[in-house]
Structures are given as structure tokens and as C-alpha cells.
Design a protein around this ligand. Structure first.
Ligand SMILES: [Zn+2]
Ligand SMILES: [Zn+2]
Length: 312
């Protein structure tokens, strides 16, 4: 099963010639989740050969333009390409008004259903789940209401060992319960632990996306031991006063959060356009958290099952 992130936009508010505003694409088991949608996201999707119509759910962290100005273009292109299936958009309150106003003034009528789901930015909440993944919000401290998102794989039903069925004479009606993690009591009253009856199930993977935020240790319990953490790093630490004023973070602060949360890997991005060379971000973060990578557009960050097993 795939669990892979592709960075589509790595810069902050002002795009540069080779860095775009924020957008990430997460593939969980061939379901594609778009996370933030800065200007030009649809062009990035094309550039890296993703099928636009496969995106069914979009998560917007906050309503600063560098995180959603690409939405109107993307929704329109989906229509022009003949989309029929529904699209779900999750965001803080206000996005529906912003998007519908643009359609209103241009006389556009959408032919496919777009559902807006707004969430509170004050407290964490599970905002979506299906059989393979659950998504919860991570309230962040920024100039306007802002949340990150935690994507967690969900446990699958366990596979039962065929030999165990014969050995313990397990009836059909008990098999379903065992697959859901229960122990089995045989006809003599002996309890056989679930681990002796089932095959080891795979470790569940997680991705935390921490969008625009100042340094805030309150998020640590929400992202503890996450496999892959994105944390914004708009500035280098020499500009930590500027970071504080603008409610952003530095590379060192992002790495400190990763370290304190016991994250396994860190990706830093949302770089200010003032920096032409982003290598110093990596250097600075690595002094605190070794397993740091830069957000590079088009790069795929895969979380493999074997890696998790090795680390944990
Ligand atoms: Zn931003
Ligand atoms: Zn912002």
C-alpha cells in the first residue's frame, strides 16, 4: 500500500521563478488528497503528471491567499475536463463565500457537485475518515484561524492463520471477531490470545502537515511520534524576531518541534522568497533534528512499511 507525499509548492506568499506557493499531494493507497492549493497548483499537478480528476478531497489550512488562490482555477479546469463526480473541500469558515462570489460574477454554473465543509480552528477534530485513512485538524497559532492536518492510516482487519482454525476448532461465527482483534475461548474455556491466531498486521503510517504557525509547543501532543512531519520554516533563525511578529517559524524552531514530538522524519518548507539558496535551512534544522529534508517541488517523500518497522 502506497503512502507518499509529493510537494507541489514550497514557497511562502510571494512565488519565485522556481518556487511556487504551498500545495502538497498525499497518496494513501491510491487515494489522492490535495493539501492547500496555492496559485498555480493545477499547473504543478500537470507538470508532475498527476491526474487532476482523481482528487476527490481538498484540505485548506487557512484563508491566506498563498494557500488557496489556486482553487478557483483548479475547480474550473475540473469542470472544463467534464468532471461529474463530487469534490469535497475542507477549510475554515469563509471559503465557500470566497469561491462562490468568483463564480457568481463570472456567471459560472458548476455541473458537478462541490461540497464545502468548514471546521473550527480552535480545537482538534476528526473531519474525515474512510476505510483506510482518518484526517484530524491540528489547531495552529497564526494571524488568522489556521489548522494543520494529521493523516493516519486506519487498521485493517487482521488475517487469521489457517492452521489455527483447524488446531483450535474455531467455528465460523468466531472468525469475524478474531479478525477484529478479539481473543478466542475454546470449548474447554481456554483463552487463546489473538496474537497466536492472526498474522502480524502492518504498522500504521501517519503524516502531519503543520501549515503557517509561530513556534507553538501546544501542537506536540497532537503530532507525537508521527512518521512524516511537515513543519513550516519561513525564516532562518537569525530572523526569529521577524518570524515572531509575522506568526511564522524558523528552521531551528521547526526542528525543535520535530525533536520534541519524537517525529521520525521532518520536511521543512514555506520558504520566504528573500532566500535564493535554501540549503542553509537544512543545515540549521539538522543541528537540532538530523532526519530533516527540504521541501523540493516534484519530489516524492514515501513512507515505506519496512522503514517504520526498522525505526520503531
Ligand atoms: Zn503561507
Ligand atoms: Zn498564512
Amino acid at each position: 500500500m502506497t503512502f507518499a507525499l509529493t510537494v507541489l509548492g514550497s514557497n511562502s506568499a510571494i512565488p519565485t521563478a522556481n518556487r511556487n506557493p504551498t500545495a502538497h499531494l498525499l497518496n494513501v493507497n491510491e487515494r489522492f488528497f490535495l493539501i492547500d492549493c496555492g496559485e498555480g497548483t493545477q499547473i504543478q499537478l500537470r507538470k508532475y503528471r498527476f491526474k487532476i480528476q482523481r482528487i476527490q478531497r481538498i484540505f485548506i489550512s487557512h484563508l491566506h491567499g498563498d494557500h488557496y488562490f489556486g482553487l478557483i482555477g483548479l475547480i474550473t479546469t475540473m469542470q472544463l475536463l467534464g468532471r461529474e463526480k463530487e469534490l469535497h473541500i475542507y477549510s475554515p469558515e469563509g471559503l465557500q463565500r470566497a469561491i462562490e462570489t468568483q463564480f457568481d460574477v463570472s456567471g459560472t454554473r458548476l455541473k458537478y457537485p462541490v461540497y464545502f465543509h468548514s471546521f473550527s480552528t480552535q480545537h482538534t477534530k476528526k473531519i474525515f475518515e474512510d476505510e483506510s485513512v482518518a484526517v484530524s485538524t491540528i489547531p495552529l497559532k497564526h494571524g488568522i484561524g489556521c489548522c494543520g492536518f494529521l493523516f493516519c492510516e486506519k487498521p485493517k482487519q487482521k488475517n487469521i492463520q489457517k492452521e489455527a482454525i483447524a488446531q483450535y476448532n474455531i467455528p465460523l461465527e468466531a472468525i469475524h471477531k478474531i479478525k477484529n482483534g478479539h481473543d478466542f475461548t475454546d470449548e474447554n474455556g481456554n483463552v487463546i490470545p489473538n496474537s497466536e491466531l492472526t498474522l502480524e498486521s502492518h504498522t500504521l503510517r501517519s503524516y502531519a502537515y503543520c501549515s503557517d504557525t509561530c513556534y507553538d509547543e501546544k501542537i506536540i501532543p497532537l503530532i507525537e511520534k508521527v512518521d512524516l512531519l511537515f513543519h513550516e520554516a519561513t525564516f532562518l533563525d537569525e530572523m526569529k524576531e521577524r518570524a515572531k511578529e509575522t506568526l511564522h517559524s524558523t528552521a531551528k524552531q521547526a526542528a525543535t518541534i520535530a525533536h520534541k514530538a519524537g517525529a521520525k522524519r521532518l520536511i521543512i518548507g514555506h520558504f520566504s522568497s528573500r532566500y535564493k539558496d535554501i540549503e542553509p535551512f537544512m543545515k540549521e534544522a539538522k543541528t537540532v533534528f538530523e532526519n530533516t529534508e527540504l521541501a523540493i517541488e516534484g519530489k516524492k517523500y514515501e513512507v515505506r512499511q519496512e522503514e517504520i518497522n526498522m525505526i520503531s
